[in-house]
Design a protein around this ligand. Structure first.
Ligand SMILES: C[S@@+](CC[C@H](N)C(=O)[O-])C[C@H]1O[C@@H](n2cnc3c(N)ncnc32)[C@H](O)[C@@H]1O
Length: 580
């Protein structure tokens, strides 16, 4: 398969695949082309895609060339117009022939666009694109900023080592505070604007391409790169020192673990000196990722509070054992499809040309020999999720079928439910949060409803943490769970609770909105005080002590690889996972 088909396949499956772009390319067992070449083509073409989208649309080549899909057109026009070595394919290759037939038109459209944007040379245009200053928003939709939003660089101040005030006086001393998050989202890498978040304490938003990885504060663990949505679980759990230990069940690389440690540390500082302390037990079954967790915890100054269970499966922790007797809180952030993740540092947004309209008003009559309907696409989202790309004859399928996605989600959600039921079987637990960076209801409201309807939850007295009981920032957050998903399961599960209360208790974040978050989901669970009192009294444990929700075979999951790419650990400079 040629470089272009391989690169197109990678881009077509971006939304439904886990892991960073780099790890998916370098770890792929199916690539015939050199991974470095595929990675360079995909990232460069994506970077230019807002420009190339317009060039391809104006040239009208998708109308004439049956072999070209929107993704292939972007990749090939990139190499034709912008790569020094041109199209990397033999002269008689069908794709090379298809794109070369339109060389003059494509170059002319590119030049027109460059001049219209005020760049006297390709070099000037290139440096603007590379600096991220020539925003995609200016090119797309005539600058309609209501449709696409950039993802700010979110930074959590680690209050174990610093404070927001100190950071504003040092790391961000030249920065101007602004009230509107959109102002930050639209800023270039060099604009000095900063926004203090209103939902999560100690969270700052900075321009999308601002780079603080070399800053003293980052190297010293005073600031942590963490998406706003990813701060929701620890904030919602709101553990109180002296009310039991905290388990982080799926901990690496450790963003939420260190956030929990900071919250406990802050609360201890504000309580009297004799306040009982709580420890955090962080499980991570992948030993390689546990090493990263260890480094993150050390860097955050949380070694004293966090006990890492490296290479240990949370499902094997025995809730009734002596060491788990004092567990009061559990944060569960398991592996998931990762479908909510946006703006990984190595994956800029991809913009694709729309297919030409047909007589009946739909896109795409230029089908390849495998005739399948192609949707008209113009946004990043629809481009990435389009499962109906036309595929040239004898070339591999480049999209995942709906069926495969369903199977994958069923497998993942069974695994997630199993972990949640296990968390619910800890006898002294008073609160649990369950979160995913997935947009799929199967992994979110579906798991929550199934857990609430389970025997384990009913017997142990678990119910949803209602919106009005949540900490202020979470109560005020406006995007709640999907009611229709909860309603759809109510009957099937014979759920006796109030599904509206469940949906309202669930919290969602959407990607691509002006809020600047990734797609995320979190729900909290609390226990009725009578059952908890019984448990703390020891009587619950006598009756239920040996019962574990987690016995039996572990569900096979094929989800988000969580492989750790992209996370830069300041101390070692090692390249590991940028987890949301
Ligand atoms: C989504 S990531 C967690 C991200 C982390 N909470 C953070 O905020 O940095 C899921 C992690 O859970 C780990 N994991 C999955 N199943 C597990 C299990 N049964 N026991 C312990 N760790 C598990 C995976 O190896 C992966 O590192």
């Amino acid at each position: 398969m040629s470089l272009y088909y391989e690169a197109a396949s990678i881009l077509a499956n971006t939304a439904s695949s886990g892991g960073s772009l780099k790890s998916r390319i370098y770890n792929s067992k199916h690539l015939k082309s050199k991974p470095a070449q595929v990675f360079a083509l995909v990232t460069e073409a994506t970077r230019w895609s807002a420009v190339l989208k317009e060039v391809v649309e104006r040239s009208g080549i998708l109308k004439d060339e049956r072999k070209l899909t929107p993704i292939l057109a972007v990749l090939l026009s990139h190499d034709l117009i912008l790569s020094k070595s041109g199209i990397a394919a033999p002269n008689n290759h069908v794709l090379k022939l298809a794109i070369l037939r339109h060389k003059a038109r494509l170059n002319a459209e590119f030049t027109k666009l460059r001049l219209k944007r005020g760049f006297p040379s390709v070099v000037a245009f290139r440096s603007s694109i590379e600096a991220g200053q020539s925003s995609e928003l200016d090119v797309l939709n005539g600058g309609d900023e209501t449709t696409t939003h950039e993802h700010p660089r979110w930074i959590r101040v680690n209050t174990i080592k610093s404070t927001v005030e100190k950071q504003l006086e040092t790391t961000f001393k030249d920065y101007q505070q602004c009230d509107d998050i959109c102002q930050v989202g639209q800023a270039s890498a060099t604009d000095k604007v900063i926004h203090i978040d209103k939902n999560i304490p100690n969270l700052l938003a900075l321009p999308p391409r601002a780079d603080f990885s070399k800053s003293q504060a980052y190297q010293a663990g005073e600031i942590v790169f963490q998406d706003k949505a990813s701060c929701f679980p620890a904030c919602l759990l709101d553990p109180q020192p002296g009310e039991g230990d905290v388990i982080d069940a799926c901990a690496a690389p450790g963003n939420k673990t260190t956030h929990l440690a900071a919250l406990l540390d802050e609360r201890c500082k504000t309580k009297s000196n004799n306040a009982e302390r709580s420890d955090i037990v962080a499980f991570e079954r992948d030993s390689r990722r546990a090493d990263i967790l260890q480094k993150m915890v050390g860097l955050a100054g949380a070694d004293d509070t966090v006990a890492i269970r490296a290479g240990q499966d949370f499902l094997r922790a025995i809730p009734s054992s002596n060491e788990m007797q004092n567990v009061g809180y559990l944060l569960l952030d398991p592996s998931c499809s990762g479908s909510g993740i946006v703006g990984r540092d190595d994956t800029p947004a991809l913009f694709l040309p729309s297919l030409p309209a047909t007589a009946n008003g739909t896109g795409g009559s230029n089908l390849g020999s495998k005739k399948r309907k192609r949707k008209q696409t113009s946004t990043v989202e629809s481009a990435q999720l389009d499962k109906t790309e036309s595929v040239p004859e004898n070339e591999p399928e480049i999209s995942q079928s709906e069926e495969a996605l369903k199977t994958r989600l069923a497998s993942l959600s069974a695994f997630q439910l199993k972990l949640l039921l296990h968390a619910m079987s800890f006898p002294s637990a008073r609160e649990i949060t369950y979160s995913t960076c997935s947009i799929h209801t199967e992994e979110n409201e579906g798991v929550v409803m199934k857990a609430l309807a389970s025997t384990v939850a009913r017997e142990a007295g678990w119910r949803i943490l209602k919106r009005e009981q949540q900490v202020d920032g979470m109560k005020k957050w406006h995007i709640r769970g999907e009611l229709s998903a909860c309603e759809a399961l109510k009957e099937e599960l014979a759920f006796e609770g109030d599904e509206r209360e469940v949906a309202e208790g669930c919290i969602r974040c959407e990607k691509g909105t002006k809020e600047g978050t990734m797609g995320f989901f979190v729900a909290g669970f609390v226990r009725s005080s009578s059952v908890l009192a019984e448990a703390l009294d020891g009587s619950y444990n006598q009756v239920h002590g040996g019962e574990q929700a987690s016995q039996g075979e572990e569900v096979e999951w094929e989800g988000f690889s969580d492989d750790g790419d992209g996370l830069q650990l300041p101390a070692s400079g090692e390249t590991e996972s940028q987890n949301p």
